[in-house]
Design a binder for this molecule. Structure first.
Ligand SMILES: CC(C)(COP(=O)(O)OP(=O)(O)OC[C@H]1O[C@@H](n2cnc3c(N)ncnc32)[C@H](O)[C@@H]1OP(=O)(O)O)[C@@H](O)C(=O)NCCC(=O)NCCS
Length: 145
């Protein structure tokens, strides 16, 4: 079974390692580049595989002073993709955002993840741009919740 939940303190290292493996290592970026200094301001969620006893998905929510919140660091481990895990991680964070009275969620989406966000109801805003340090084309996408 896959549990969608807040990580325990002792799971953070494994979570960051998976973020690095999935989001940074393929771009040739070093361990540590998965962090950006906003960690203490953010809430994390993980997908934990009960049978394999490992984290197979992650995402993060950062709330801002206005009515908005951002979701990033979302991933599903390669052999768990297309099983609904990414959607469940987002759903969990939408609930967290609502609890904090936020009703506009945005993501800075990698071009190849745009279809995923569209399926959940996110709408592209503006043009594509290249982000540092990834060097990959991204676009802002928003959804009202
Ligand atoms: C994008 C990602 C998080 C999606 O996670 P997932 O667990 O596979 O997503 P789900 O199974 O909930 O997918 C829900 C729906 O979104 C759509 N979808 C998923 N990935 C997609 C993609 N890459 N392109 C287009 N549509 C996609 C599908 O329609 C899917 O429904 P279906 O399988 O019934 O057709 C995952 O592919 C991933 O980790 N990618 C690598 C890391 C990454 O790019 N993260 C995003 C950074 S912005």
């Amino acid at each position: 079974m896959i549990e969608i939940r807040t990580p325990e303190k002792n799971e953070f290292e494994e979570m960051f390692l998976l973020m690095w493996k999935m989001l940074r290592k393929p771009l040739g970026l070093p361990k540590g580049s998965e962090k950006d200094g906003k960690e203490s301001l953010s809430e994390f969620v993980i997908a934990f595989d009960d049978e394999l006893k490992k984290i197979v998905g992650t995402a993060r929510l950062t709330v801002y002073k206005d009515n908005s919140a951002e979701i990033d660091k979302i991933l599903t481990d390669v052999d768990h993709e297309r099983k609904g895990i990414g959607s469940k991680l987002i759903e969990f964070l939408h609930k967290k955002a609502k609890e904090k009275n936020k009703n506009k969620i945005f993501v800075i989406a990698r071009d190849y993840a745009v279809g995923f966000y569209k399926k959940i109801g996110y709408v592209p805003v503006g043009d594509y741009f290249i982000t540092k340090p990834t060097g990959i084309k991204h676009i802002r996408m928003e959804k009202s919740i």
